[in-house]
Design a protein. Sequence first.
Length: 94
Amino acid sequence: MIETNGHFVSVQIKSTIYRMPEGCYRCSIQPSRNGKPYQPGEFDFLAVYVITEDLWYIIPARLVIHGNRSGIRLYTSDPTSKYAPYKEAWHLLR
């Protein structure tokens, strides 16, 4: 949980070093406790740290929680990628 001026948001924090052959990073978004996908309402934002690039993504949960999705791909060097607008998007947590 993060609190700013009486406003609380829940954040699920993940990290990755797994670089796929096509140049993106894969990040698992399944909880480690049971291996089942997260459900809507379990958190507000996903914070992903790409360790090898010292880079954070702050992604709204609604963009990553649906279906049986087990992971997301982060194309860190592509400014037009799906999650590019959420790179270092700390302002979303205010």
